[in-house]
Every structure is written in C-alpha cells, then in structure tokens.
Design a protein around this ligand. Structure first.
Ligand code: SAM
Length: 301
C-alpha cells in the first residue's frame, strides 16, 4: 500500500465518503447536459444520480434550481464540472487522434466517456476506481443496456494499492502510446500515492503519451473554508470536501513530470471559460481559486 489509510477509506461505494463526490460530479454533468448552452453531454449522468438513495433528490436539470446560475452549488460549481468535462473530453479525443489507443481513467468514478465519446477503432478504455463505485456504475449501466463505444476494461482497485500490476494484468501495454486522466482525483490521495502515481504514469508511458490532471495549489486548504462552494456543498448535500481532501502538503507533480522530460502546461479553469465563452469566472473567497488543470505530453524519442 502507498500512503496511510485516511478518511476516504471508510465508505467503499457511492453512498458516502469520497465515493459520494462521484455522484456530485454526475449531477453536475446531468444539469450541464440539459442546458441550452451546454458544454458537454452525458445522457447517463442523471441515471446515476436518480438511482442512488443518497442523491435521488438532487437536481438533474437547471429548471430544478430556483436560483439558477446564482446558486453556488448547482449553478457555479456544477458549471465548473461541466466545463472540466468538456475540456477533458477534448483533451482525450485530441490524444487518441494523435495516435494513443489506450485510455486510462484514474479514479474514473461515474465517468461515462467509454459510452458517450466517439473513439477511433482499436481504442481500449481502462477505468480504475474502488470496487463499490464500479459495482454501482455497472448496475446502472446494465439496467440501461448501455453499450461502450470502445473496448472497456474496469479495474476495481484502490489507487493506494498495487494498481500497476492490476493494470498490466488487465492488458495495458507500456510499449504503446497511452493517454491518462486524473480528473478530480489527486487531492483525495495521500502525498505518497500521488507521487507514486505520477512516477508510474511516467514509467508506463512511451513517447507520444499524454496525461491530464487537476490539482489545487493553495498551501492552506482551509483558506476558503467559508466560501459559498464549500459551505453549500457541506450544508445542502452533506459533502464536506475539506475533510475528504488529503491534508498533507502536495507534491509538485507538474514540476516532477517536467523534470522527467515531459512538456507541461498549466491552466486555470477560467482560461477555458474565456475560450468557450461560458463557465465560472473568478470571484471573492473562491474555492476554485487554486484549481489548476495540467496537461503533459511525453515527447517521442
Ligand atoms: C470527484 S470523483 C471524480 C470521478 C471522475 N473522475 C469524474 O470526474 O467524474 C473522485 C473519484 O475518485 C475516486 N477515488 C478517490 N480516492 C481513490 C482511491 N484511493 N482509489 C481509487 N479511487 C479513488 C472516488 O471513488 C471517486 O470516484
């Protein structure tokens, strides 16, 4: 095992602990899907939300949110996830069109990209998350008779355990280019598990591979504890993000990859809001202020 057990070890499925955050993102994607100006479409998202007792009463479209965009949770925060989904959809599709055929979703949660994106022939999507989260996902998708648009290989394992062996046993080929995604994941992992993950992605990636991940830069996570995003998420749906985030100082994963020869670029979400003409913009006391989206490419030899 890498790192120590902490809060997110407690609940295995989507009903609590860090697994519940997968439902939060699914609800946001459901709302985004039904917006007139939607940035991303995920027709599976609302089915996950409605199937879980913990989230069955949450909104799945904007008409169910009386304050609309002014609502810090189902307006601004949900739009953040909608924008993130779109940006990372684009990243993955760009990477496979550039030649990668292996896609690894780390902390995949209820990500339905294997089912909803148009993958080129020969793509394999590996989805790593804990067993209880993937079991819930499969129950819902099976009920919908959903068919993936690429070969899909779920890998039920904790990312603090030996996931590399599980991934290679499942058919991942380190000699072929790959594209990796850690969306909404790293800040839940102990420092050592993040360092290990980045090292392993480097070791398992041949030239032409790519990785995108999200980090939070703030030195003190509690700096924005009174922000509308954190307080509404805690008080209205019972997700206390600040207790789920790992409290250790974070490694400099973008810097580490650059030191290993990857080319990296680091963006604020607001960069993409401006590019797409919609999405969250900075505000006072902003829980999103330290969020960065990192894109890394390993050069071909
Ligand atoms: C906020 S959700 C994001 C899910 C998905 N990437 C998305 O953006 O929709 C965080 C996910 O990370 C997973 N996760 C957190 N810690 C993990 C661990 N130690 N091992 C495996 N998965 C983990 C959770 O189960 C959850 O599905």
């Amino acid at each position: 095992m890498v790192g120590t057990a902490h809060q997110n070890a407690g609940v295995e499925g989507v009903e609590g602990g860090v697994g519940l955050t997968a439902l939060l993102v699914a609800a946001a994607r459901a709302i985004e899907t039904h917006r007139r100006d939607s940035l991303a479409r995920d027709v599976y998202a609302e089915h996950f939300v409605l199937a879980a007792p913990a989230s069955a009463g949450w909104p799945v479209r904007m008409q169910q949110v009386p304050d609309g965009d002014a609502d810090p949770l189902w307006g601004r925060f949900a739009r953040y996830f909608g924008l993130r989904t779109r940006v990372l959809d684009d990243f993955l599709l760009r990477s496979v069109h550039a030649g990668a055929r292996q896609v690894v979703l780390l902390g995949a949660g209820l990500d339905a990209r294997a089912f909803r994106l148009d993958w080129p022939a020969g793509c394999v999507v590996f989805e790593i998350d804990r067993e209880g989260v993937l079991a819930f996902k499969h129950k819902v998708l099976d009920g919908l008779s959903a068919t993936p648009k690429a070969a899909r290989v779920p890998i039920p394992i904790d990312l603090r355990a030996d996931w590399v062996q599980a991934l290679t046993d499942a058919g991942f080929d380190p000699a072929a280019p790959s594209v990796w995604l850690a969306e909404g994941l790293l800040f839940y992992l102990p420092n050592a598990a993040e360092t290990y993950l980045i090292d392993m992605v480097d070791q398992l990636s041949t030239g032409g591979s790519a990785l995108a991940f999200e980090v939070k830069l703030e030195k003190d996570l509690l700096e924005y504890r009174d922000s509308p995003i954190y307080t509404s998420t805690k008080n209205r749906i019972g997700i206390d993000l600040l207790t789920l985030f790992d409290g250790e100082p974070r490694p400099d994963s973008a810097g580490d990859l650059a030191g290993k020869g990857w080319s990296t670029s680091v963006h604020t979400p607001f960069d993409f809001t401006r590019r797409h003409g919609r999405g969250p913009l900075p505000e006072q006391n902003d829980a999103l202020a330290g969020n960065r989206w990192v894109f890394a490419n390993k050069p071909r030899p």
